[in-house]
Design a protein around this ligand. Structure first.
Ligand code: SF4
Length: 293
């Protein structure tokens, strides 16, 4: 069985940076260190960090003092202000590319555009962008029906993990009715590269394994893109979810990972696939031997 591994795997620079910032502050202080929400969307890494003393909280009411690390997805300015007003030390680990979307969206609002963010409304990154513009940004995706009547100047940004195809399709929705359209392609390069790679892998594999947090938007999008190419696809968080029967009769298996998936999880998945492949070979040899005898 050929195991085809995507070129770009493991943590992206934004995730590496966020984890380093959190670990550095943990090392430098005796005070408590918290993250507001999960620092990244990977439960195994979040658990590892918790054991190191970097504890996720879902509300500021849960704690009284210490450092609050702002996760890679960012938060709104009002949340940041609230953290400071409550007397916590703020450590900003927002990915610079997420910051860029926030700033571009605000810039467009200030220039008088009606601003849309292409993305998933409930995702923390999108919530942060909405908050950063004081709620003046509307969320749009392919499922929404939006009335464009009366919109003269429209500005658009995208959640960093969106696909370029989604962004293009939404632009086509705007074009017939809007006089002025200003678009910032704020999709992150890492995301874009991995999406292109998963499509290529899906086209030459019989099965694609996508490794990463089930709540990770970029990982789920990789799985969706692979499925869209008609390839059998399994989105897993760890090697424990792998089932031997998936590989029956399969000769080419592709592997990709989301940008919040650590190398140690990827290695375990690859090792498990190699083990399954070895077992398949052994069964094949046994059958051949029986046949010849
Ligand atoms: S996927 Fe891109 S935007 Fe998201 S954290 Fe990584 S580098 Fe930043």
């Amino acid at each position: 069985m050929d195991i085809l591994i995507a070129e770009d795997m493991g943590f992206c620079f934004g995730v590496k940076r966020a984890i380093k910032i959190a670990r550095d502050i943990r090392r430098e202080t005796d005070a408590n260190v918290y993250t507001l929400g999960s620092i990244i969307h990977n439960p195994q890494v979040v658990q590892q960090l918790k054991e190191e003393g970097i504890v996720p909280i879902s509300s500021l009411d849960e704690v009284r003092e210490g450092y609050i690390v702002i996760r890679s997805h960012g938060v709104s300015l009002s949340v940041q202000k609230e953290i400071e007003e409550r007397g916590f030390q703020v450590v900003d680990a927002t990915c610079p590319l997420v910051k860029r979307v926030q700033k571009k969206a605000r810039e467009l609002v200030e220039e008088g555009y009606t601003v849309f963010v292409v993305g998933e409304k409930e995702h923390p990154e999108v919530q942060g962008i909405i908050g950063y513009t004081g709620g003046k940004v509307r969320v749009i995706n392919l499922k929404n029906k939006v009335n464009f009547e009366g919109l003269e100047k429209v500005g658009v940004v995208a959640q960093t993990t969106q696909s370029i195809k989604n962004l293009e399709s939404i632009m086509l929705k705007f074009l017939p009715g809007v006089k002025e359209l200003k678009v910032f392609n704020t999709i992150c390069d890492v995301t874009d590269k991995r999406q292109k790679e998963v499509i290529k892998l899906a086209l030459k594999s019989e099965l694609v394994i996508v490794i990463g947090g089930k709540k990770s938007a970029n990982t789920s999008r990789l799985a969706a893109l692979s499925l869209k190419e008609g390839c059998e696809t399994h989105h897993i968080e760890t090697d424990k979810e792998i089932k031997k029967e998936w590989f029956r009769g399969k000769e080419k298996v592709g592997i990709v990972s989301g940008s919040s998936t650590p190398d140690w999880i990827i290695e375990r998945v690859i090792n498990k696939l190699k083990k399954i492949d070895k077992q398949k070979e052994e069964v094949l040899h046994e059958r051949r031997d029986k046949f010849h005898n």
